[in-house]
Write a protein that binds this ligand. Structure first.
Ligand SMILES: Nc1nc2c(ncn2[C@@H]2O[C@H](COP(=O)(O)OP(=O)(O)OP(=O)(O)O)[C@@H](O)[C@H]2O)c(=O)[nH]1
Ligand SMILES: [Mg+2]
Length: 195
């Protein structure tokens, strides 16, 4: 298997209307509530600063597509659960995210992010149920693991996994900021996109 050139990410396009995004053989997407670190994780996985990151929720407002190889994409989506911003825009995000997720035959992996310290929110659980019902290849990822004391990490991972109905080892435990757990997720992503 040739390793995906995850370190050679290029910005490809930004779209509000998922119907306008052309086909791709294999792609992976990042979903989760606003500010959970989707864009940061995408950057960290590729060791680049390409996707825009901000401490203010609602930073990513469109579907942003990055190319990581021939017909291989990583897709950064807007977050959900963001309480401010123009109402019309907020209400447009649900259909935008849903429209994207249901319209991509090449979608090989959906990284569903939750906050390792905060734990899954109601909306996170709804998102996971929705991904399961849609039959999409989801992968639960707890980000910001650096916010959890190392001495509590094992118990915390077990508890977060339990809320999601998973075994601890089925929940990727990562930190985009500290680089924790990224090698495993990177390898998994590359394998799924390359299969
Ligand atoms: N401590 C810590 N902070 C992180 C981590 N990942 C991201 N952050 C911070 O969380 C904030 C939000 O990060 P983003 O990557 O913009 O989050 P997002 O999920 O893309 O947010 P939206 O685009 O609004 O949906 C930024 O201040 C990041 O620096 C992490 O692993 N640990
Ligand atoms: Mg973002």
């Amino acid at each position: 298997m040739s390793p995906l050139p995850l370190a050679d990410m290029k910005f490809l396009l930004s779209a509000e209307d998922p119907a306008r995004i052309g086909p791709c053989a294999a792609e992976a997407a990042f979903v989760g509530r606003s500010n959970v670190g989707k864009s940061s994780l995408l950057n960290a996985l590729c060791r680049m600063t390409m996707a825009r990151v901000s401490g203010t929720p609602g930073c990513t407002r469109t579907i942003n597509v990055f190319q990581v190889g021939r017909e291989r994409w990583l897709v950064d989506l807007p977050g959900y659960g963001f309480a401010s911003g123009p109402r019309a825009q907020r209400e447009g995000w649900g259909p935008m995210i849903e429209g994207y997720l249901t319209g991509r035959p090449g979608l090989r992996m959906v990284c569903a992010l939750v906050d390792a310290k905060v734990g899954p929110t109601k909306l996170d659980l709804m998102m996971l149920e929705w991904l399961k019902a849609a039959g999409l290849p989801w992968r639960a990822v707890a980000n910001k693991a650096d916010q959890v004391k190392p001495s509590r990490a094992q118990a915390r991972r077990r508890d977060v996994a339990q809320v999601l109905g998973l075994k601890p080892e089925e929940l990727a435990w990562v930190s985009a900021k500290a680089g924790l757990g990224l090698a495993g997720l990177r390898a998994e992503l590359a394998a799924r996109l390359d299969s």
